[in-house]
Design a binder for this molecule. Structure first.
Ligand code: ING
Length: 320
């Protein structure tokens, strides 16, 4: 039996700091129209898709950063996305900066159906970088300054997507993909499709040691392919790419199947659509054999994973 969903990864090119949301949203609507023309039923946009990657900019007064946050969704500015979803009969995933009515700030993603209902929301758990200005860094990465740690866990829902009655759908955001715990919590909820957006600098800016540039994309793909394979799920990983105010983000968006194979890949660092047919039945092989969690996992051996935060030093071996 085939449960095939046609999915589009809508990679975005750069959004400059001076650009308003309207130009990015107009680009996104054009990508939705192209996705629909290519038979897609779901469009996945990147992390923080409405603005430049503002955590690279230090603002002494954090309240000034609120200009990059959405206080409601939809809003006048984001309404065109919801209108396009309805007009084109598309569901879409959107990454954006969320400011809640009671003043909390999250790096958030939502899944919206053609009727404009928000079916799933996720708030980024793994916030990389730092909270204060770091003079050693070539470029700042202030996600710990502008966002709070997500408080929704890693939820999975079974929801209608496209012509399918139910798809087990989950999300993560950018740095989350580097942590196997993110994938496994979704896998333990029988996820079939993981959507994730990212904004990842193409050069290491931490100035904490040499990292060959080609490893940037390698590490991203390694994390996503391993996560998909080890949890028998599809993954749609979508970049915001290109050079934003002189700072380069890599593209290379990919769609990965439950065997860990890349089945579609972007080749530019600009607005680009990649589309793939995802037969969700392909999740069954891994899920019923090598990764049949109920048959093979041994949680009693994994207690360190939730008991500890940092790594401990091991006991030192001595003769006798
Ligand atoms: N960006 C980067 C990411 O995790 C990063 C930050 C890059 C951390 C490379 C470690 C190594 O892809 C975001 N936005 O999380």
């Amino acid at each position: 039996m085939s449960r095939t969903l046609t999915v589009a990864a809508a990679q975005l090119g750069p959004i400059q700091r001076a650009e308003g949301r309207n130009s990015a949203i107009a680009r996104m609507v054009r990508l939705m129209e192209r996705a629909q023309a290519r038979g897609a039923e779901l469009v996945v946009f990147p992390e923080l898709a409405l603005t430049t990657f503002f955590p690279r900019h230090y603002l002494e007064n954090r309240a000034e950063a609120d200009l990059w946050f959405e206080t409601s969704l939809p809003s006048n500015e984001t309404a065109p996305l919801f209108d396009a979803a309805r007009r084109l009969n598309l569901s879409f995933h959107l990454g954006y900066a969320e400011r809640t009515p009671d003043g909390h700030h999250y790096n958030t993603a939502v899944l919206v159906n053609p009727a404009g209902q928000i079916m799933l929301k996720y708030r980024k758990v793994h916030l990389p970088g730092h909270a204060e200005f770091d003079p050693k860094r070539a470029v700042q990465h202030l996600e710990k300054r502008y966002f709070e740690v997500g408080n929704l866990g890693f939820p999975v829902i079974r929801a209608p997507l496209g012509h399918l009655d139910g798809v087990n759908t989950g999300m993560m955001i950018c740095n989350d993909r580097r942590w196997p715990e993110s994938w496994r919590v979704l896998g333990l909820q029988s996820v079939e499709l993981v959507m994730l957006g990212y904004n990842t600098p193409s050069l290491n800016q931490a100035a904490s040691g040499f990292e060959a540039p080609h490893l940037r994309v390698f590490h991203s793909h390694l994390s996503i392919q391993a996560g998909a394979y080890q949890n028998a799920t599809f993954a749609v990983a979508v970049a915001k790419a290109g050079t934003e105010d002189g700072n380069e983000l890599f593209g290379h968006s990919i769609i990965v199947n439950p065997q860990g194979e890349i089945i579609a890949q972007a080749t530019t660092w600009d607005d680009e659509l990649i589309v793939a047919d995802c037969n969700l039945e392909q999740c069954q092989l891994g899920r019923t054999t090598i990764f049949a969690f109920d048959k093979h996992r041994r949680p009693e051996a994994y207690t360190a994973i939730t008991a500890q935060t940092g790594a401990a030093d091991p006991p030192v071996w001595t003769p006798g």
